[in-house]
Write a protein that binds this ligand. Sequence first.
Ligand SMILES: Nc1ncnc2c1ncn2[C@@H]1O[C@H](COP(=O)(O)OP(=O)(O)OP(=O)(O)O)[C@@H](O)[C@H]1O
Length: 252
Amino acid sequence: MKTLSLKNLRKTYFDPYAGSQVTAVHDVSLDVEQGEFVSVVGPSGCGKTTILNMIAGFIPYTGGEILIDGNLVKGPGPDRGVVFQSFALFPWKTVLENVGFGPKMRGVPKDERDRTAREYLALAGLSHAADRYPNELSGGMQQRVGVVRALANNPAVLLMDEPFASVDAQTRMTLQEELTRIWQERKPTVIFITHDVAEAVFLANRVVVLSKGRVLDQIKVDLPRPRVWDHLIEDETFKRLSAQVLQMVRAA
Ligand SMILES: Nc1ncnc2c1ncn2[C@@H]1O[C@H](COP(=O)(O)OP(=O)(O)OP(=O)(O)O)[C@@H](O)[C@H]1O
């Protein structure tokens, strides 16, 4: 079943420096199935963040349409969860309260939202941190809380914009493994933007390569799961797919 559908999506910005319109997204059509994990890669300025922001409903689109479960996107909504590279957890709320915030806003009773929040925290190995405050956590842990906070709303689509870009390489690999494990358990529909080709391939069922506001190509990733770096780093298929995507990005 199709969860997300982009049809001939277009976005122009007014560039105040040039005094003219810039087309950031030309004509993007993309269908994402329920429970699919799609990575989006492409050179800087190819329109990745613009597309994500339009799906999130943060910025209007100039042409075409975005449908989520058949409904036209007209603005932000609880059917989409968003995780950025730098995002703010509420510093005055505990980890448990942060994760339970979305359900609270939707009127879910305290017992139930605490139960859901604890379930998601356990899934990310964060049970021990439930009563801590964000400034008592490492950057990697905060990022994991951000991911489970978005998931706890049970969004139709989880939108992730380079969520692991600012953590160290070691932590990043752990977060990637963890995300694939959580994905496998809950099967959320994910759009994941990254500059890191290996990350894109490691995580996804499909990698979409953008170039100058258009879809250049798409590659299916049939690697078995669970995905673990120790196995994949030397895996011939992983290496071949990564090289293929890298070549496309460099040519884009
Ligand atoms: N608010 C804005 N006003 C004017 N032009 C913009 C605006 N935001 C983005 N652009 C332009 O739109 C194009 C696409 O930008 P976008 O940020 O979507 O690319 P990106 O692929 O996410 O880049 P990066 O990988 O560097 O984050 C670029 O040419 C950019 O300069």
